[in-house]
Design a protein around this ligand. Structure first.
Ligand SMILES: [Mg+2]
Length: 420
């Protein structure tokens, strides 16, 4: 009989040594512990940002949104004459820029950027912005949060990590992820082999099921064939993750999860539709491998439920979709209180791949590998990192702010976006 996760948690509370946990548990959740709502409330209410090294106000003079092709940049200036360029999530900005310009930016202009945390709450309440709660609102707030973090960092000449307690590590181990569905298992194996070849990467994630597909596979039998085939191909020492992208109901999610358990997978991402928190918890309770989720989540209250009730085992907020680094840090700290790790979701486009590296550099309970898609069509330079995966790791930039520079000629070529 399989050890259920409930049994595991109960036994772990008595003695961490009493259970022979699968390897995945050891790397991702060495000491799961119970946490109360009151403890989680204290974490949500506690300030995150450390700004003591900025004795004077950093007043936001202007925030401009600029567009060049599919990409956006934000130019932010302080009244002291500091000018910074940051990169929002391009796909969400293309869809929701009127909300950004009309509902969000005015809350931050002429304000002291050191009060960023309070301003984020103000932006949520401003007008009736909370009625727009979702990625359309929070990706925009993340965009301005990152702009003001860069402004603070460049003003203080300190890396962003210093505002979050300081860097804990600079070399971030990464995993590569395949975005394929619908190909044959053999074709996917060939793709995964090519993906990791020569990278030194020791972990890989691939896609299962059919994505929001009500149990249908993208190709009949693909998932059941691929799970053991990937293990056979990459061997026992490789860390394997798989993402169903909301494919299954509870019985099917558990059925597929059992196949992943047999192959000692590291985590099982988004087994059920992303907002089926109750069902996802049933799956997590039934399985011994960690269930991961939360890439679409933006509600701090929902995060509290997921952590208090152990609705998932690994939290995966997206730094852009969830409203930025401060909110993701609160999720990380709540997860830490429950003995859980955090593996942020990496939204593609812009500099999303570097945002995860930055977050991993200062977050204590980060998972063993971060998702990495090291490619961007933005011209950037960085004196402190190659920004590439080398021997399975990416070096986090350590210069002021986010530590990268967007080519000034590119910024000059970008056109202002206005409400018209
Ligand atoms: Mg996912």
């Amino acid at each position: 009989m399989k050890t259920s996760r409930r049994t595991f948690l109960r036994t772990a509370a008595v003695s961490a040594l009493a259970v022979s946990a699968p390897g995945a548990w050891r790397s991702h959740a060495a000491a799961p512990k119970s946490v109360t709502k009151a403890e989680l409330d204290r974490i949500v209410d506690a300030p995150v940002l450390e700004t003591g090294f900025l004795p004077q106000p950093v007043t936001v003079a202007s925030v401009e949104l600029l567009r060049a092709g599919k990409n956006f940049v934000i130019r932010t200036r302080s009244t002291d004459g500091v000018e910074v360029i940051t990169v929002p999530n391009p796909a969400r900005m293309a869809e929701a820029f009127p909300i950004f310009l009309k509902n969000i930016v005015p809350v931050f202009v002429q304000k002291d950027a050191r009060t960023l945390e309070a301003l984020i709450w103000d932006a949520y309440r401003h007008g009736s912005n909370y009625k727009l709660q979702g990625i359309a609102l929070w990706a925009g707030i993340a965009a301005i949060e990152m702009a003001l973090l860069e402004l603070l960092g460049q003003t203080a000449r300190r890396p962003v990590a210093d505002f979050f307690g300081g860097a804990k590590r600079r070399d971030i181990a990464v995993y590569y992820a395949s975005g394929n569905r619908g190909n044959t298992p053999e074709e996917e194996i060939a793709y995964l082999q090519k993906l990791v070849a020569g990278s030194g990467v020791r972990a890989v994630k691939f896609r299962l099921g059919g994505r929001m597909s009500r149990n249908a596979d993208s190709r009949p039998g693909r998932t059941e064939a691929l799970i053991p085939l990937v293990r056979r191909t990459f061997g026992d020492d490789f860390t394997l993750y798989a993402d169903s992208n909301s494919s299954y109901d509870v019985p099917n999610a558990i059925r597929i999860g059992r196949l992943m358990e047999e192959q000692r997978f590291g985590f099982y991402e988004e087994p059920c539709p992303f907002d089926w928190h109750w069902e996802t918890k049933q799956v997590a309770d039934a399985l011994t491998i960690p269930v991961a989720g939360g890439e679409q989540e933006f509600s701090m209250r929902n995060w509290q439920w997921m952590i208090e009730q152990r609705g998932v085992d690994i939290v995966q907020p997206d730094l852009h979709y969830g409203g930025g680094y401060i909110r993701a840090t609160k999720v990380a700290r709540m997860a830490a209180a429950a003995g859980m790790t955090i593996v942020p979701h990496m939204s593609g486009g812009g500099l999303g791949y570097l945002d995860v590296v930055q977050f991993a550099s200062f977050t204590p309970n980060i998972g063993p590998f971060m998702e990495f898609k090291g490619s961007t069509d933005l011209p950037i330079t960085c004196p402190t990192s190659s920004l590439k995966c080398e021997q399975g790791k990416v070096r986090c930039p350590s210069g002021p702010g986010f530590g990268v520079t967007v080519d000034p000629a590119f910024v000059k070529s970008a056109k202002p976006v206005t409400l018209g």
